[in-house]
Design a protein around this ligand. Sequence first.
Ligand code: DX5
Ligand code: ZN
Length: 216
Amino acid sequence: MAHLIAPSLLASDFANLQRECEMLNDSEADWFHLDVMDGMFVPNISFGIPVIDFINKHAKKTLDVHLMIEQPDRYIKQFKSVGADILTVHYEACTHLHRTLQAIEQEGMERGVALNPHTSVELLEPVLEHIDLVLIMSVNPGFGGQKFIEGTYRKVERLRTMIDSRGLETKIEIDGGVTASNARKLIDAGANALVAGSFVFKSDDPKRTISELKNC
Ligand code: DX5
Ligand code: ZN
């Protein structure tokens, strides 16, 4: 299957969110990547449930919600109610990850687990069959526009082997510092979906940049 592109609206023009949504609807983007930050799990605050509710009114594609928040269990139902299709929680933020994954599934959303750069993919071994998407952070979460961490390729390869050897369909998504120069290499290492924030929204022609990533 062709790889998926998930532009991150964190780098978009918040004063023109409707226009940005329409641009993505009209582009080769597959998912809308929405970064929720609470100022606790990460040292930054982005946007939350009411903003996603408005985005959902305009977005015609899958809403891929990345929660960089502590105790995400508190908000699972609310994110479902504003249209989240994929709900990704951080491994490092979940004391009872298995239970959290059950709660996400119960709400009928795809279950995502994100790993910080220092977290080994091997830690997912006991729960891998309960995960629809693993998001590998290729920068430290909290901010857009950071430099890609090169050690990511090895993590992707190791996770790809774990998934394939178990005959699972779990997708691998990469988030942080993705550009046209590392996209192909990430796909070749085994990634299925690429998040790109600043590379898309700070470019002269975001729609063309999305096509470039899609057809790399
Ligand atoms: C970072 C977020 C990313 C961010 C990526 O914590 O999870 O989704 O928007 O931004 P770029 O592509 O600019 O690194
Ligand atoms: Zn993200």
